[in-house]
Design a protein around this ligand. Structure first.
Ligand code: AIR
Length: 269
């Protein structure tokens, strides 16, 4: 029964008590070096989440494992975890500086970052500036067609059902998020798209589309998960060459090279 495969309601990754400052970065200077991995509470396709001694903080660990088409295709991208950790750090810091609350606290090693404990909203939010991937397929629109305005889509985060497309009403009606949460998530998503589109453009990258995940920390909605070439489509603005996980999904070759180049442009540029 689907109910068993996809228990309704949020996936709880942790409890929400403690001393994080609202809207700002956690004051990690007091704690950063002391933070140790506790019990692993989640293993996803590309990351693991560990508890720490502080119920407010988790450690997010980035793996090299790559999957596509809901794990029907599997592989490894050498040092992907290291690059995605660095890229996500850079982008979370950028978003925080632009007033977007995120779960990011501090990158503590090549593959680990400390994040605030989130109760994940089981909805994947996809933004599309240019039509590609599943929308291109679903609607028969040529990849590369520019959307007249950014499109925000919602998918139910449920591997057993292949993350089906839903809408905001579905998420509210089934109790996955309140109407207020959805309004907050949409406003944050628009802001994130505008900040990231400009940031990537300055690095000669076209932000085609991307996926976001949100969660609650002490009742506040904030951006979670990661932002990297696994979760974004990025095309070189001059050559329109794909610089993201589509190289792996579609067997285009030079996968590591593309991640390295994005990492260089994002972290050094
Ligand atoms: N995405 C969606 N689910 C997982 C991920 N990573 C991202 C893709 C792409 C965007 O969401 O990486 O950037 C849209 O994906 P699709 O498959 O719906 O076209």
């Amino acid at each position: 029964m689907i109910k068993w495969l996809c228990p309704r309601g949020p996936v709880v990754f942790g409890t929400c008590t403690g001393t994080a400052r609202r809207g700002g970065n956690y004051d990690f200077r007091r704690t950063a070096m002391k933070i140790k991995k506790g019990k692993q509470i989640y293993e996803g396709k590309a990351k693991k989440i560990y508890r720490t001694a502080d119920p407010d903080l988790f450690i997010q660990h980035f793996k090299d494992d790559a999957t596509a088409f809901n794990a029907k295709k599997r592989g490894t991208i050498v040092d992907k975890g290291v690059m995605n950790n660095k890229i996500s750090e850079r982008l979370f810091k950028l978003l925080e500086s632009e007033g977007v609350p995120t779960h990011f606290v501090e990158r503590t090693s090549d593959r680990d970052m400390v994040v605030k404990s989130l109760e994940i909203v089981p909805v994947e939010v996809v933004v599309r500036n240019v039509i590609a991937g599943s929308m291109s397929k679903r609607l028969g629109i040529e990849e590369g067609t520019k959307a007249k305005k950014p499109i925000i889509e919602f998918y139910y985060k449920c591997d057993a059902l292949d993350d089906p497309l839903i809408n905001d009403d579905t998420a509210i009606a089934l109790g996955w998020a309140s109407a207020k949460d959805i309004a907050t998530i949409k406003a944050m998503t628009r802001k994130i798209n505008s900040v990231l589109t400009k940031f990537f453009a300055r690095r000669n990258l076209l932000l085609v589309d991307f996926k976001l995940e949100f969660g609650r920390h002490k009742g506040q909605i904030m951006l979670g998960d990661e932002i990297c070439p696994d979760t974004c489509r990025l095309w070189d603005k001059d050559t329109m060459e794909k610089m993201d996980k589509d190289r792996f999904r579609r067997d285009l070759g030079k996968v590591e090279e593309a991640y390295q180049e994005v990492c260089r442009r994002v972290c050094e540029g």
